[in-house]
Design a protein around this ligand. Structure first.
Ligand SMILES: [Zn+2]
Ligand SMILES: [Zn+2]
Length: 282
């Protein structure tokens, strides 16, 4: 009996594993939207396998609720908020999300250390710590985390994976670090920082120290760098250019640079600084 059972259970296991990876022409597994993106506040919504997550808490709870409602979702449906790093445009309202809507807040040790000194944030009673490199599980959804060289205490970016589909949530990157290059080829879609046009930054009104910080290894990545990375994303169905600077970039300039470098095939969206995008499918 044993020898008969083994092949059957192996076949069952194999069948189950195969079901986890959908064929390319099957329907979407994830839906995602940028609720707002840029130095005035960031929040990205991702839904997959019945799980709803927010990445960053840089806009008010009320505004987040209004923008989710426009997408047919509510704050009450959200399972957790995951904070990328300790800059105010990414975590200022994490305390409100938690106290008003009961969301657990995921952050690194380094981010929490800074959060404890931020008076605006208020009290956090349910902080779940992760180390960059950890995988967070929410039902069928896995969130892979990786450390960034951005000038925060312990910043991270994310890959959301569900049933064989992979979505990157990647802003405030510092520079094109090796792990980013390793990962881009595995993604089906990505929200990717495209912060500045180099000419606009260099000829713009920012003081020299700020120009240096933005261009430096711990600042932000340019349209050109973002496009160079996307060119390596052979599986990508779409990219949403994110965290665009108001002074040193524009959606039209960012899109043109990307078209010149990436070509015509990749679907490109831009995330707005003052409003939500629609829901994109993965
Ligand atoms: Zn930022
Ligand atoms: Zn930042």
């Amino acid at each position: 009996m044993k020898t008969e059972r083994r092949p059957r259970s192996a076949a069952r296991r194999k069948g189950k594993a195969e079901q986890l990876v959908l064929p390319l022409d099957s329907g979407p597994v994830m839906q995602a939207a940028s609720l707002q993106s840029g130095s005035n506040g960031n929040c990205i919504f991702v839904e997959a396998g019945g799980v709803r997550l927010l990445f960053d808490a840089g806009i008010t709870g009320a505004e987040t609720g209004r923008r989710l409602a426009a997408l047919g979702r509510t704050m009450e449906d959200v399972s957790a908020v995951i904070i990328s790093h300790d800059h105010a445009d990414h975590m200022k309202f994490a305390g409100v999300y938690q106290r008003k809507y009961g969301l657990p807040v995921y952050m690194t040790h380094g981010t929490r250390a800074v959060a404890e000194g931020m008076r605006d944030l208020g009290r956090l009673f349910d902080v779940r710590i992760f180390r960059p490199g950890d995988r967070l599980s929410f039902g069928d959804v896995t969130v892979e985390t990786m450390r960034t060289p951005h000038d925060a205490e312990e910043g991270a970016v994310f890959v959301v994976a569900c049933r064989g589909r992979r979505l990157g949530v990647m802003t405030d990157l510092g520079h094109l670090f090796p792990k980013l290059r390793d990962t881009i080829g595995t993604l089906d879609a990505v929200f990717l920082e495209s912060n500045y046009d180099t000419d606009m930054l260099m000829h713009g009104p920012y003081p020299a120290f700020l120009k240096k910080r933005i261009r430096g290894h711990a600042g932000h990545i340019s349209n050109h760098e973002s496009a160079e990375l996307l060119r390596e994303g052979k599986k990508l169905k779409w990219a949403c250019l994110s965290h665009l600077s108001e002074q040193n970039n524009s959606p039209a300039v960012a899109l043109k640079t990307h078209r010149d470098i990436v070509g015509a095939d990749l679907i490109l969206h831009t995330a707005h600084r003052y409003e939500a995008t629609g829901l994109f499918e993965v």
